[in-house]
Each structure stands twice: as structure tokens, then as C-alpha cells.
Design a protein around this ligand. Structure first.
Ligand code: BJW
Length: 278
């Protein structure tokens, strides 16, 4: 596995954080003072530049009613999502982890894409050199009609076998899952099924990481929207884009771990800011 190109890419993205290079990038350029001026600046850039790459996180789906991971809104039955999204939690209590996913699947099934999803979908249809990299597993970008979506962390609507037959991933859109079927089991071998998502400590799909890396290296404008930029390798793309000369913008109501390195910081909600970008 050591020579797999995608895994090498992951190491490089992790190294950006470890080396501290990220902290030296563009910190002097941040413009958070005037939201209207920052929106106008990004809107002008989007008119002028062709190659645009967007990275999204859970905040993009907040207005659709899907909880984010960090902060009090992410809690479920007083569990911290960060402790549930791990192979260790699944090994210890697969029923508990599946109950959390079943709850989220029901919320997402009832949710609709919001104006932020729709603007991004429109960009993907009208801009030939547009790529969306998303950390979200909810499928709302796809439901809004976004093309060329690179899903770094998988899909909550896919399941795969953890047993010897290793079947899957395959789509299972039942929400809720039948209570007697929690945790669900493989029809082929009877082993536990697991959600088709990427948990902490697990490798991302090397082909998707490679495609995201290419889109990051080639873009002129990189926009990070609704992510705390706390999870790698996803957050590494923000630093990669800056290091490759792209203008980097952030849209988020709060400061994030990337705020100090972006060129344009728009402190606002995705569903309100994106429709103003045209
Ligand atoms: C709004 C808004 C509105 C609110 N509008 N905004 C030390 C250094 C570097 C890396 C590591 C390290 N130690 C460990 C690592 C690696 C680890 C990692 O990054 N850990 C960090 C905690 C430090 N990464 C991994 O393990 C990854 N794999 C990996 O690295 O493999 C290679 C490898 C393996 C083994 C050894 C060595 C290398 C895998 C990461 C998988 C993450 N998985 C999850 C769960 C997915 C499944 C599921 O959904 O259940 O992905 S965790 C969770 O975090 C989820 C998200 O996609 C991800 C990012 O969260 P996101 O989207 O940013 O959400 P929040 O809640 O954090 O932020 C929301 C933001 O929205 C906030 O900023 C709000 O302000 C904002 N907001 N309303 C706009 N209306």
C-alpha cells in the first residue's frame, strides 16, 4: 500500500499541518472587517476567473436542518460525534453507532437542499472548470444537482459488509431502518454491515484524494465553506491551494483553524452569502 499515489497525497497534506507551513501563508491578507466589501471582492473574482474549486463541510447543510459535528448543536443523546465516528466506537457498540446513523439518516431524508447547495449546483453546471470537494456524507449536494462532486468521507446512504464476504458498498436508503434490523447484517454472510463513511484513522479513497488534489493545484480561486477546517486531509487542501497560488476565500459565520491563512474571510452563513455571489 505504501506506493499508492493517493496515500502519498494524504501524507503530503498531513505534512503541511505538521510542518507549520500553513501558519505562514497569507495571514496578512485577511479581510474580515466589511462583509459587503468581501462579498463584492469574491463576486468580482468569480466573474474574472474560470478555474474554481470549492471545499464544503457540515455548515453548508446546517440550514437544511442537518446538525454539524462540533459545537453543542452536534450532540446526540449527550454523545460527542467525534467519539462515535470511529472504528473503535463501532467495535465496542455497533448498535449505538448504528442508532446514531439511523437518527441522522432520518433527519437527512426529511431535509431539502438549501440556497447554498443550489448556488454550488449552478456553478457546477455553468462553469466547465469547477470542482466540488465535499466532506459531507448527506448527499444534499447531489440532490441539488451538483456535478463533479468528490466525496472525501463517503456516503451515509451506502453500507458495506465488515465480514469475510466484504460485499459492498451498496446503496441502502431505508430511513428509519427496521428496529429489529439494528445493527443491520449482511444478507450474504450474516456479518455486521457498517456505514459507507470514512471514520477517524481510516484511509480516504486514494483516487478521490488524487482528484481533489489535482482540482486544488489547478484552480485560480478556492473557496472553503462551512467547515471548521479541523480534520485532515480535507483541511490540507486549503493550505495546498494557497501554496499553489490560488486566491483562497472562506465563508463561515465563525473563525476557523484556516481563517488565518485565507485571503478573503466572509463571516456569514453559507445560505445567505452564496446567493449574493451571483
Ligand atoms: C456554517 C453554518 C452556516 C455552521 N453556514 N457555515 C494530527 C494532525 C493532522 C492530522 C491528524 C492528526 N491526528 C490524527 C489526524 C488524522 C485525522 C484528523 O484529521 N484528526 C483531527 C481531529 C486532527 N484524520 C483522519 O483520521 C482521516 N484519515 C486519515 O488521515 O487517513 C490517513 C491516515 C490514516 C491512519 C494513519 C495515518 C494517516 C479520516 C477523517 C475522517 C473524518 N470523518 C468524519 C465522519 C464522517 C462520517 C460521518 O459523517 O459520520 O467526517 S468526522 C467529521 O469531521 C466528518 C466531517 O466531514 C469532518 C469535518 O467536519 P466539518 O464538516 O468541518 O464540520 P464541523 O462541525 O467541524 O464544522 C462546521 C462548521 O460550519 C463550523 O465552522 C461552523 O462555524 C460552520 N457553520 N453553520 C456556513 N449556516
Amino acid at each position: 500500500m505504501i506506493d499508492a499515489p493517493g496515500l502519498l497525497d494524504v501524507s503530503r497534506l498531513l505534512a503541511v499541518r505538521e510542518s507549520g507551513v500553513a501558519g505562514n501563508l497569507g495571514a496578512g491578507n485577511v479581510d474580515v472587517g466589511n462583509v459587503d466589501a468581501s462579498i463584492a471582492r469574491l463576486a468580482a473574482l468569480l466573474k474574472e476567473k474560470r478555474r474554481v474549486t470549492v471545499l464544503t463541510g457540515a455548515g453548508v447543510s446546517a440550514a437544511s436542518g442537518v446538525p454539524t459535528f462540533r459545537g453543542s448543536g452536534g450532540l446526540w443523546r449527550s454523545f460527542d460525534p467525534m467519539t462515535l465516528a470511529t472504528p473503535q466506537a463501532f467495535a465496542k457498540d455497533p448498535k449505538l453507532v448504528w442508532e446514531w446513523y439511523d437518527w441522522r439518516r432520518q433527519l437527512i431524508a426529511a431535509a431539502q437542499p438549501n440556497p447554498a447547495h443550489h448556488v454550488i449546483a449552478e456553478w457546477s453546471r455553468t462553469r466547465p472548470d469547477f470542482t466540488l470537494i465535499t466532506q459531507n456524507v448527506d448527499g444534499l449536494h447531489e440532490r441539488a444537482g451538483t456535478e463533479r462532486v468528490l466525496r472525501l468521507h463517503g456516503s451515509i446512504w451506502e453500507v458495506r459488509c465488515t465480514g469475510t464476504c466484504r460485499s459492498g458498498p451498496h446503496v441502502d436508503e431505508r430511513a428509519p431502518l427496521p428496529p429489529d434490523d439494528l445493527p443491520p447484517r449482511c444478507a450474504g454472510c450474516g456479518a455486521l454491515l457498517r456505514p459507507g463513511v470514512v471514520w477517524f484513522g481510516e484511509s480516504l479513497d486514494p483516487a478521490i484524494v488524487a482528484a481533489a488534489s489535482r482540482a486544488t493545484e489547478q484552480c485560480e480561486v478556492f473557496i472553503t465553506i462551512g467547515t471548521s477546517a479541523a480534520v485532515y486531509p480535507a483541511a490540507g487542501f486549503i493550505h495546498e491551494a494557497r501554496a499553489n497560488g490560488a486566491t483562497v476565500a472562506e465563508i463561515n459565520p465563525d473563525a476557523t483553524e484556516a481563517s488565518g491563512v485565507v485571503d478573503i474571510s466572509i463571516r456569514g452563513k453559507a445560505e445567505e452569502v452564496l446567493p449574493r455571489l451571483g
